[in-house]
Ligand binder design. Sequence first.
Ligand code: 2HG
Ligand code: ZN
Length: 478
Amino acid sequence: MQGPRPTEPPDRPPSERIVEALAGIVGADRVLTEATDRAPYETDWRGKYHGRCLAVVQPGSNAEVAKVVAYCSRHGVPIVPQGGNTGLCAGATPDDSGTQIVLTLQRLRQLRSLDAEDGHITCGAGMPLAEAQAHAEAAGMLLPLSIASEGTATIGGVVSTNAGGLNVLHYGSARQLLLGIEAVLPDGSVVSRLTPLRKDNTGYDLTSLLAGSEGTLGIVTAATLSLSPRPVGYTTFLAGLADVGQARATLRAVRTLTASPVTSWELFSEVSAELLVTPPMATTLPLEGPHAWYLLGELSHFGEPADILDDLAEILVEHDIEDVVVATSAQQRADLWAIREDITEAERAAGPTIKHDISVAPSQIDSFIETLLAACRDLDDTIRLNIFGHVGDGNLHINVLPRERGQELPEADQARVSTCIYDLTRDAGGSFSAEHGIGQQKIAQMARYKSGAEIGMMRRLKASLDPTGIMNPGKVLP
Ligand code: 2HG
Ligand code: ZN
């Protein structure tokens, strides 16, 4: 597990000199040093991690990012890159030393190019994902990456964290959609390969390496993402289930029903439903009864919209699924999606929780959940599990809440459940972080569940690209 140690950073100038030098690069009004100006950048979206940085630096171009990084590299100033600050593992939150700078990419939000014929879009790192989706839509195309936080999450952030989301089942995660990248490396040099090529087999895959590296190997300043044809229609439904096995079995059957791909297969539990219907969300679920589980499924149609409703209903009934609502308008489709996308907000409103973001082979999902619930049964009096997620691709969010709103989560129970979830995931050959990354939150799990050989290789890569360890220290690597 040993890898090379970072070399000694150069002598660091006093803080005022650093601030002055950074102001000389980006302009004095783009270096925020007042506590109130820094505050939004120093806390993660969940409000769980709090840091204190020396300054927030807001470069306006790739060239300014490169100059800031070159300066920090020469003078040993650690950098925490930040996009929309919507990450769930605190990968963009500084530590509390007051020595790090937060470098926000938010001003790099230009559309650099869009080609509907070859199917690609190139955007600055700071462009919100929803804005990139809107550009694709205006050109008659689809940027298929879709996450609940897309209004705020940025292109640089989703690429750096290899975000997943609601359509991974068919389109893949950010890394699979990424064709080219522009990044500033820890020495201030710029790697610019904003290529739209779908085939480029010329040695190490640097684009994929930077994706998901969470700013520890460099700062993504722009990205070229693959666009898909826009569906001409969707079949979207919400159904109540008695058990998770029904979600698995129906996915298999529905996939053979039509050439239209199943693009989403999302599950949520009665606990998610309870959070959703409780104020402040106060959502109304458009089904008759309460159910143990809920399934939101979607097929995307590309040719003539196939009339599959009767066949779909037959499959669901064959699997004892009778309480179903199918969207009959774009508005109803949006309403069904809002239910699924509001779960995280509903959970946040209920108070602090412990999040887990695991994946196993989709065929093992139901046995995994059954084993987990049995293993935690004796904690039923103190905790409840908000289980939901992307059941079609095997990714579940298993979030631990106190049994009653406002109660403290007993620490010992918390720790026991987390270990239980992660150990069962490992035993099932799964991953302890499916789509949210590592950040600073999952460092302990990296040490426990990732192989020594893999950590060793990651450390050697890190040391060769960032020998003084200035790029997002304390993140990803144990
Ligand atoms: C989702 O699937 C996100 O909605 C957030 O990945 C998951 O809040 C969570 O734990
Ligand atoms: Zn998710």
